[in-house]
Design a protein around this ligand. Structure first.
Ligand SMILES: Cc1ncc(COP(=O)(O)O)c(C=O)c1O
Length: 370
C-alpha cells in the first residue's frame, strides 16, 4: 500500500524487539526465555515478530488458541508452541497435526489428552496449577485427585508445570510471595512422576521480581514489545512501537470557540488547532479525548475535544507554524510519548492499547541492523 493513501503510520522496530528479548533472556538465565505472542503478537503481527524472536534465539512460544499456534507453526517449523487456552474440545487432531502442546488447565482436559494419547501414542503437555489468580489451572482439590490417580499421566509427557502471577507488576503486593509459596506446596502434592518436572512461572514482571520466580522457563510478553514490566519503576525496555498521525488541516481560531463533538472543549484565547487523521476506529481510544498528549518534534501538545472515529484535534499554538502543516506527522505513541503514558491517559493498560491498534495504518517493520 502506498503510504500517501493513509492517515497514520505504525512503525515496529524489530531490532528493538530483539534487544528486549536478549535483555530478558540474560536476566532470566539460566532459565529458558520463552515468548508470549498471543493475539497476533500483542497486535504487532506474528508474521514478523515470530521469526524476529526466533532469530534472536527464542525457541519456545506461548499462544492463546490453537488457531494462533497453527499460524505460528507455518512460520517456525521447529519451535516449541504451547497453547495457553488449553485443549479445546474436539480439536485434539489439530494439536497433533501442527505439533502444538496444550497447557492442560483442568482434569477433564488431562483426561481428554490422555485418551487421545492412548489412541495415537505418547503426547506432550504442560500442566497448569492455579496458585492464586483463579482463572485457569488446577486448584488444590484437583491436584489431589490427580495425585490419587497418577496412571492418568502414563501416556503423557508433562514438559513443564506452570502457574501465572496475578500482581507481579507491583513488587510490594503480598500475593506474589503467597503464590510462590503455593507453587512450591502444590509441586509437593503432585504425583511422584512430576517431582522433577521443570517449572514455568514468571511473566515479564515476574522476571524483575527476583530469581526466586524464574525457575526453569519464563514467559514474557509485554516487555518484549516495549511495555514497562514494573508499573512504578523506570522502564528498562526499548521502544518497539511508533505511531504517527498525519495532519489534515490547521486552523487559526479566535478565542472562545468549541472544539469537537459534544463541544466538550472551549478555547480560551487565540489558538491554532491541528486536525490529525487517527481516531477510535484505529484504536486511538475515545477516552484519550481532552487527556492525552502527542508530540511534534519532541514538543508535547494536548489532545483537545473528543476523539472521533477518524480524527483527533490537538492544540498546536506552541509549535512553530512551519513544523505543523497539512501532511506533517505528529507522534502519538513513541518518540517522546510513551506507550505506558498513553495507556494511563486512556485509563487502561499497554496490552489493550497494543492489541487494539487498527488495520488502517501503513505498517512498516524496521529490520534489525545486521
Ligand atoms: C499465562 C500467561 N503467561 C504469560 C503471559 C505474558 O504476560 P506479560 O505480557 O505480562 O509478560 C500472559 C499474558 O497475559 C499469560 O496469560
Amino acid at each position: 500500500m502506498d503510504p500517501v493513501l493513509v492517515g497514520a503510520h505504525l512503525t515496529i522496530d524489530l531490532g528493538a524487539l530483539q534487544d528486549n528479548y536478549r535483555l530478558l533472556a540474560q536476566k532470566a538465565a539460566p532459565a529458558i526465555c520463552a515468548a508470549s505472542v498471543k493475539a497476533n503478537a500483542y497486535g504487532l503481527g506474528i508474521e514478523k515478530v515470530g521469526p524476529a524472536l526466533a532469530d534472536a534465539g527464542c525457541q519456545h512460544f506461548f499462544v492463546a488458541l490453537p488457531t494462533e499456534g497453527i499460524d505460528l507453526r507455518k512460520l517456525l517449523p521447529d519451535a516449541k508452541i504451547y497453547v495457553l487456552g488449553g485443549l479445546l474440545k474436539e480439536a485434539e487432531k489439530y494439536y497433533l497435526e501442527h505439533n502444538l502442546i496444550p497447557v492442560l488447565n483442568h482434569l477433564q482436559e488431562i483426561e481428554m489428552w490422555a485418551d487421545y494419547a492412548n489412541e495415537v501414542g505418547p503426547l506432550s503437555a504442560v500442566l497448569h496449577v492455579d496458585t492464586g489468580i483463579t482463572r485457569l489451572g488446577l486448584l488444590e482439590n484437583e491436584i489431589r485427585s490427580l495425585a490419587a490417580t497418577p496412571s492418568l499421566l502414563d501416556s503423557l509427557k508433562i514438559e513443564y508445570v506452570m502457574s501465572h502471577l496475578a500482581c507481579a507488576d507491583d513488587r510490594t503486593h503480598p500475593l506474589n510471595q503467597q503464590q510462590l509459596e503455593k507453587l512450591h506446596y502444590f509441586k509437593g502434592l503432585l504425583p511422584e512422576k512430576l517431582q522433577e518436572t521443570p517449572i514455568s512461572f514468571a511473566n515479564s514482571a515476574g522476571i524483575f521480581l527476583s530469581k526466586d520466580y524464574h525457575f526453569d522457563m519464563v514467559r514474557p510478553g509485554i516487555a518484549l514489545f516495549g511495555g514497562n514490566p514494573m508499573s512504578a519503576e523506570d522502564n528498562p525496555m526499548k521502544e518497539v512501537v511508533h505511531l504517527q498521525g498525519k495532519i489534515l488541516q490547521v486552523q487559526d481560531v479566535d478565542s472562545e470557540i468549541h472544539v469537537g463533538y459534544g463541544a466538550t472543549y472551549r478555547t480560551q484565547e487565540v489558538s491554532r488547532i491541528a486536525t490529525v487523521s487517527v481516531g477510535y476506529a484505529d484504536g486511538y481510544f475515545r477516552s484519550l479525548g481532552n487527556r492525552a498528549e502527542c508530540a511534534i518534534k519532541q514538543n508535547k501538545v494536548p489532545v483537545i475535544g473528543r476523539v472521533s472515529m477518524d480524527i483527533i484535534t490537538i492544540d498546536v499554538s506552541t509549535v512553530a507554524k512551519e513544523d505543523c502543516q497539512p501532511g506533517d506527522f505528529v507522534d502519538l505513541i513513541g518518540n517522546g510519548v510513551t506507550l505506558d503514558e498513553v495507556a494511563a491517559h486512556a485509563e487502561t493498560i499497554p496490552y489493550e492499547i497494543l492489541t487494539s491498534l487498527g488495520n488502517r495504518y501503513y505498517r512498516e517493520y524496521l529490520e534489525p541492523v545486521a
